[in-house]
Design a protein around this ligand. Structure first.
Ligand SMILES: *[C@@H]1O[C@H](CO)[C@@H](O)[C@H](O)[C@H]1NC(C)=O
Ligand SMILES: *[C@@H]1O[C@H](CO)[C@@H](O)[C@H](O)[C@H]1NC(C)=O
Ligand SMILES: *[C@@H]1O[C@H](CO)[C@@H](O)[C@H](O)[C@H]1NC(C)=O
Ligand SMILES: *[C@@H]1O[C@H](CO)[C@@H](O)[C@H](O)[C@H]1NC(C)=O
Length: 309
């Protein structure tokens, strides 16, 4: 709200003396999302031709603009961004900036506002988000498993695959770093299935039918996460992912208890709803009967009158 008002104010101050007000427009470009990272670029490239009068960058949590650029007067930065922000100026109408030495505090909504001559104001919103949030959302596991710590668990890679399987790999994904650790591969050779294990955590079993399973004993917290199996077939690579969630040993009982509470609560809610519905239906029925009683004589009269018309 404040940012919009400010834009409007800048817009008026800059454009009024130029008497171009009737030709000027205020354009809002589609918003974009940027992952928080070192040297991240917040793009604000105006497609118009003309002259740049001023660029200002504001952030939702800051009362002052974090960065301002003016072709004659130069740049000005808010103290927490001073020395970290650079205007890229790749073209005449470029308001894009890069931010270095980033911290979690840089997450948030940014607003770029470009004042141009003669077309007016051009604005764009950019959302800076954390990697962890966006990537976990983008991976949808095919299977979800919940296990208590200290328990044993077998993760099976069962994928209905097309074609003949030449190799199966199982890996653990490291979402935060965008990397993965390969646990084992099973390779189909003419003399049989060859297993290669690269990680001592867990025991892998490859069957002759190329069914792969990973057996984990005494589950620890660090076992939680995404596991992916790739089936390399003559028809291409097909993958399946498993999300493993671990719970502290005593919590699983707590979970069961919660589940009972939920189910119990649910039943009570359903019963209450039924009672409400039945009462409501009864009331509606009674209302309709009242209505019919009122309507009936008139209706009959109309019918008896009609043949005499
Ligand atoms: C950015 O980080 C580098 C190295 O960590 C440091 O030398 C530099 O002073 C920092 N710059 C700012 C503006 O904080
Ligand atoms: C898990 O497996 C180990 C070794 O196979 C065994 O000693 C242990 O009792 C098992 N734990 C549970 C909870 O089944
Ligand atoms: C691998 O799994 C098969 C069947 O799923 C089983 O018969 C076999 O004993 C397992 N091998 C090992 C080493 O656990
Ligand atoms: C598994 O498949 C994915 C996507 O096709 C690929 O990015 C990844 O590198 C593969 N992993 C292995 C261990 O081959």
């Amino acid at each position: 709200m404040v940012a919009v008002q400010k834009d409007y104010w800048y817009f008026l101050v800059l454009m009024m003396p130029l008497c171009f007000l009737k030709d000027s427009v205020q354009m809002k470009a589609p918003e974009s999302t940027v992952i928080l990272q070192e040297g991240m670029i917040l793009d604000c490239l105006c497609p118009w031709t003309g002259q740049l009068t001023m660029v200002s960058w504001t952030k939702k949590s800051l009362s002052q603009p974090l960065a301002i650029y003016h072709p004659q007067y130069g740049t000005n930065f808010e103290s927490s961004y001073d020395g970290r922000v650079e205007f890229l100026k790749t073209t005449q109408m470029d308001g894009s900036i890069s931010i270095s030495n980033v911290t979690e505090d840089d997450i948030g909504q940014y607003h770029c506002s470009l004042q141009t001559y003669p077309q007016g104001s051009w604005t764009k919103d950019t959302f800076v988000e954390n990697t962890a949030i966006t990537t976990t959302i983008s991976i949808q596991p095919d299977t979800k498993l919940v296990v208590a710590e200290n328990d044993n668990l077998t993760i099976k890679c069962d994928l209905v695959h097309n074609g003949e399987v030449l190799q199966v790999s199982i890996e653990k994904l490291n979402i935060e770093e965008g990397s993965s650790n390969i646990i084992a591969t099973c390779q189909m050779l003419s003399e049989g299935v060859e297993l290669n294990e690269f990680d001592s955590r867990g025991r892998v079993n490859c069957s002759d039918a190329m069914e792969v399973s990973l057996h984990l004993t005494n589950i620890i917290k660090e076992d939680a996460g995404f596991y992916r199996c790739n089936f390399s077939t003559d028809a291409g690579v097909q993958s399946t992912t498993v999300l493993l969630t671990t719970l502290p040993a005593q919590d699983l009982q707590g979970l069961h208890y919660m589940l009972y509470v939920y189910i119990g609560g649910g039943l009570v809610a359903v019963a209450l709803l039924m009672i409400l519905l039945v009462t409501w239906l009864n009331r509606m029925k009674r209302k309709r009967e009242d209505y019919r009683i009122k309507l009936h004589p008139a209706k009959r009269q109309k019918w008896t009158y009609q043949p005499h018309e």
